[in-house]
Design a protein around this ligand. Structure first.
Ligand code: ISC
Length: 388
């Protein structure tokens, strides 16, 4: 049986799917041409593996793909001999007609896990105490037939505030032709020459179709002390992690409101100037991820608890996806608002940051709101997963 992955393996003609693709309404960057996999490994060895791969590559080559949530798990990157800039793959094709949606875990069980995390935070003292954890849940979608990736990606480009993406994931005997497809509003790190930037998001409110209710949701978020605390931890962590690489780094505009079609967020644009221009953007992404926007603080403590409290493995959700050219320039995004697609099955992921003062039911509702962009792209009702 021919897998979807085989359809775009290196030796085949440039046919359907690129190795990785990122873009929006204005166009796409895609990895094309001859390609080979970068040796796989954990975050610790990323720089060494990337340097080796690029040492034999041409000036137009690029590395792109996905870093998993777990820093000890193997990443999945491709070295392609060129990037191509393409117009959006506009298509009316519906992704698929869905036949079943199952919340895993249910919103109720998720809220219980949030309550447990809050109790842990309350009970702990000292520097190593848990200060923030991001807990996620999933929706398992079964479609009638194979899900159309161009159809899904095309629908995801409709929100100009997000970067739509599709990256190949490693396949196993049971799961051939897997992809991560999503539309993320969160830039992990971008490098252009000596300039580096990041746009961390944390702190959320669901948007409303009613303009008055929408404005109230925005001003409620801007005034929320809990959300500002949740956000500040991410900004501080990114500043601390990037500062050894930078001779200038700051947040010139401070923290403000930003929005996608379905969510309001607190966001802070960080801008810096690198000490060394040739550090690959993928290496910077490897240092930063997973930030407290998707993991927590302290990072290792939160990652361990996430493994205990979440019943479904995150795999590449909440990792990083992006591309890096031969001279190191490129863009890496936080892999959120996404679904893992494999044939006729999809698994949607959404998480929410928990800090002292969080309310379990409100966090469950927030994850439901974060599913909305993907649900809309699938043509499913936005209420799916709220009460399940
Ligand atoms: C973890 C996710 O969102 C992060 C990004 C923005 C706002 C977030 C929040 O308010 O909790 C999360 O930190 C997700 O969408 O799965």
């Amino acid at each position: 049986m021919t897998s979807m992955l085989q359809d775009f393996m290196p030796d085949r003609a440039e046919t359907t799917l690129p190795y990785f693709t990122f873009g929006g309404a204005r166009g796409f960057v895609a990895g094309r041409g001859a390609a080979r996999p970068v040796a796989r490994g954990p975050a610790e060895t990323l720089e060494e593996r990337v340097t080796t791969a690029l040492s034999s590559a041409g000036a137009d080559a690029a590395i792109g793909g996905a870093l998993p949530f777990d820093r000890d798990a193997d990443d999945y990157l491709w070295l392609t001999d060129r990037l191509s800039y393409e117009i959006s793959p506009a298509t009316d094709r519906a992704p698929a007609s869905t036949v079943g949606v199952q919340a895993e875990p249910s919103a109720r069980i998720y809220a219980e896990a949030v309550a447990r995390a809050l109790r842990i935070m309350e009970d702990e003292t000292g520097d190593e105490r848990l200060r923030k954890i991001v807990l996620a849940r999933t929706l398992a979608v079964q479609a009638e037939r194979s899900i159309s990736l161009p159809g899904l990606l095309s629908r995801l480009t409709e929100d100009p505030a997000a970067t739509a993406y599709q990256v190949a994931l490693p396949h196993s005997p049971e799961r051939q032709g897997r992809f991560l497809v999503g539309a993320t509003p969160e830039l992990l790190v971008e490098k252009s020459g000596s300039r580096v930037s990041s746009f961390p998001l944390a702190g959320s409110a669901r948007r409303s179709r009613d303009p008055q209710a929408d404005a109230a949701a925005a001003s409620g978020l801007a005034a929320s002390e809990k959300d500002r605390r949740e956000h500040a931890m991410v900004v501080e962590y990114i500043l601390d992690t990037l500062s050894p690489y930078c001779r200038e780094l700051g947040a010139p505009e401070g923290t403000g409101l930003t929005s996608t079609r379905s969510m309001w967020h607190l966001g802070t644009r960080l801008e810096g100037v690198l000490k060394e221009n040739d550090i690959p953007s993928v290496v910077l992404a490897g240092c930063l991820h997973p930030t407290p926007a998707v993991c927590g603080l302290p990072r290792e403590r939160a990652a361990g608890l996430i493994r205990d409290l979440e019943p479904v493995d995150r795999d590449f959700y909440a990792g990083a996806v992006g591309w890096s050219t031969a001279n190191g320039d490129g863009s890496w995004y936080v892999a959120i608002r996404c679904a893992e697609i494999c044939g006729s099955r999809a698994r949607l992921y959404a998480g929410a940051g928990i800090v002292p003062g969080s309310d379990p039911a409100a966090e469950a509702a927030e994850t439901a709101a974060k599913f909305e962009a993907l649900l809309r792209a699938f043509g499913l009702p936005s209420a799916t997963g709220i009460a399940q």
